[in-house]
Design a protein around this ligand. Structure first.
Ligand code: ZN
Length: 163
């Protein structure tokens, strides 16, 4: 079965930046990454490279910043009241954390400065502006369930668990 929209792909990956520095890897974890294709859960450049492939294939792909986490924007800072952070009391400059957005969803930000009630964050994703190199091994491909397609994410023990 080939990878296409509304199918669930399971794959192992290692990702490095343009200089070969390791960023993340699923290898060594028990489970590969499970992703629903065509619903924004994967960065565009990686998803494009996965389409049309099937289980057992291994490949490497270079992804430009525009097809990964976007270009890095200068002075993309925001002052946010500490109470909006789940983990506000333990945050220190240089740490990354998830910030809930008014319009829904959340975004990864980097802490720049911590005051008594305000935290200054850099809204750039930590990987913004970086070219990424992926080494991918496809483990399995299956049809998504109707409910997964409606929700836009993978269900099950390794996916989204609904309470
Ligand atoms: Zn769901």
């Amino acid at each position: 079965m080939q990878i296409e929209n509304n199918r669930v792909v399971s794959f192992h990956y290692s990702v490095t930046d343009g200089d070969g520095g390791a960023i993340d890897s699923s290898r060594g974890r028990d489970e590969p990454l499970h992703a629903l294709v065509g619903h924004g859960g994967l960065i565009p450049g990686l998803e494009k490279a996965l389409l049309g492939r099937s289980a057992g294939e291994r490949f490497e792909v270079d992804v430009a910043p525009e097809d990964a986490y976007g270009p890095r924007r200068d002075a993309h800072f925001q002052r946010v009241p500490k109470k909006y952070f789940r983990d506000g009391e333990r945050l220190r400059p240089g740490m990354t954390t998830m910030l809930a957005l008014k319009e829904g969803g959340q975004r990864m930000v980097t802490v720049r400065k911590v005051g008594s009630s305000i935290i200054d964050v850099d809204l750039n994703h930590p990987l913004a502006g970086k070219a990424l190199h992926f080494d991918v091994e496809i483990v399995a491909v299956r049809e998504a369930q109707a409910e997964e397609i409606a929700h836009g994410h993978v269900h099950g023990p390794q996916g989204h668990e609904h309470a």
